[in-house]
Design a protein around this ligand. Sequence first.
Ligand code: SAM
Length: 714
Amino acid sequence: MAESFDMIAKTFFGLEGTLAEELLSLGAQNVQLGRRMVSFRGDMRLMMWANICCRTAVRILKPIATFSADDERALYRGIGLIDWLEHLDAERSLAIDPVVHGPVFSNSLYAAQLAKDAVVDQIRDRTGRRPSVDLVDPDLRINLHIDQNRVTVYLDSSGESLHKRGYRAATGEAPINEVLAAGILRLTEWDENSPLVDFMCGSGTFLIEAALMARRIAPGLARKHFGYERWKDFDRRAHESLVAEARQQVRSKLAFPIRGSDLDPQVIAAARENGRRAGVADDVQFGVESFEVALPPAADGVLVTNPPYDERMKTSRIESVYRRIGDALKHNWAGYTAFIFTGNLNAGKQIGLRSSAKTRLFNGPIECRLLKFALFALMPRDATESHGRRAVVKKKHEGRGQEQADAFRNRLARMAKHWHRWARRQGITCYRIYDRDAPEIPLAIDWYEGRVAIIEYDRPHNRTDIEHRAWLDRMVELVSNTLSVRREHVTLKTKGTGVFSGKDSRPLFVQEAGLRYHAHLAAKETGLAVDQRILRALLRAEATDKRFLNLFARTGTHTVAAAAGGTGSTISVEASPNLADWAKKNLRLNRLPMAQHQVICQDPLVYSGNLDPAAGPQFDLAFVEPPSFDGKRRDDVWNVQDGHVELLNRLVACLSVGGKIYFVSRFRRLTFHADQIRGASVREITRQTVPPDFRNKKVHRSWVLIRTPTDQPG
Ligand SMILES: C[S@@+](CC[C@H](N)C(=O)[O-])C[C@H]1O[C@@H](n2cnc3c(N)ncnc32)[C@H](O)[C@@H]1O
């Protein structure tokens, strides 16, 4: 009879009972539950069989030594007492996975290092050669478990974690671990013989695991290898006969539907590919649709899903998504038992249905719940009725979005007509045609001579990320159709995420008041801030024979305008080499002599800090637009609120009497300390400089400072 030994199988918190049942069904003896693990007894054959068949084990470990160690030397000595040549040749590689509890060894990596030294030193002393360390794909994976002063050394018979079934080629955003998915399916008590649905299925893990279970396909069959295959006592014939036995158990074709859907077409493509690789492509049907329109494939069955529970999602948004899930369950899934797996315990309460069971689980460090909802059928449904309902549900769902889209289309068409006509009369070719006019469509839409830049502003909404992406796509499509602009000429910039879509990367030359500018709609700065049209005109009108300074010059459009007004000379100071180059290109494009127009690539604060008031007036006209900060202030970074007074006092001191500084900020909550500016009269002129096409009358704020003859500047 083959020799029996003790082993442990590791798993997720909450799945210990499920794993114990699995091990018992595989023939394990002396099965006992622990925390995140189950201990059991069996022989080598059982160890291999458990690796091939266990769906809810993460790894199977075989203990080879236990001893006490109160300090590092005792640990090194204890490991050194194991006969390592029995397990590992000197030419082979090893890795040590440490798990350390208690204060005796506080640093698990150090404990692993010591253990590794003990193994390597022993083999080198005995053979003159030393095994190497390979953390990724070692020949022998050793698990070092230290609880207080109790040390147990295991050989890891699985090698790579058993959740790596070998079928996952592609994933969605947050795929659930395969072992956890299989365990959850077991907890649902799904009978492996009735309809199963996941209406937010992502890369399809629940459904692929379910199909594997129902068809009795052992999870290890698609795996390339297990750790024990490189053990010195590996019995290849026994392993091959077990694999053959597992293959024989596979059942053909399922007689009931397993169905998954998700709104994201990319994750559905990934799910299909995973299903194909797992050998269950014909058993699971995947489709792209919102959970709100998904309907049951049969009168009763089980629905299991894990909705998004991303910590980044705002509470109000996630709660509203869960409320909508509750509504969908109530209205469309009567007759089903639904299981929602979530790591957001509060959001789970928003489902608004009484859960008949709650199971506590952990997904890594995240505490989760598996919520069960029995959705009682009011009356039996037949297939034709379900077909009819699908049309009704879809229509209702699409109807809601359609109403909003129609309202936006009409409004946009109206606004575009109005502003196009206005712009034609004014001879303006770049302007805003929509400025967050409807609060539920928080977009700004700028027209650049037949091309369009859409800017999305942050506003609370109740969409999941993928719903929001789909919504933005729909808006872009709608803008393109309504304004009759080809889709590739519409660029979308999202403020919150900074993600850009629409790669209109072709060079674009636009004009304003007879001057030409390089624009780039897909870049962070388009190159021509259309809200500053009036400011540029003011500078141009006042520039004759002036010495002009443009501090924080960006793409130099204000310099070009001033230069066109006949400045004597200009200096543009910009920290970004890219933008400084862009400014030079704009000057050249307008054939302005570079000898007169200097572009300095330097931190404008350093530049202004080096200006010497004692050297007398150096400028007659200046344009200053420091960057605004987004929300968080940092003590170590200059910000316009704390820094504007000092900056402006320095500039005023270098300004000729009667000279002007136009100061602009996009920080709308700026408290401008006019009373602290010395030697200049100050006036806010925001109302005069924000053009009429901007509904947001504080898109920028502006002040003019005029150097007074009498006061002594600071
Ligand atoms: C946590 S993931 C699910 C991961 C999945 N269990 C897996 O193993 O890959 C949540 C999924 O919900 C999807 N989703 C978000 N909003 C949706 C909607 N309205 N309808 C359907 N699916 C949606 C997302 O695309 C994402 O794939």
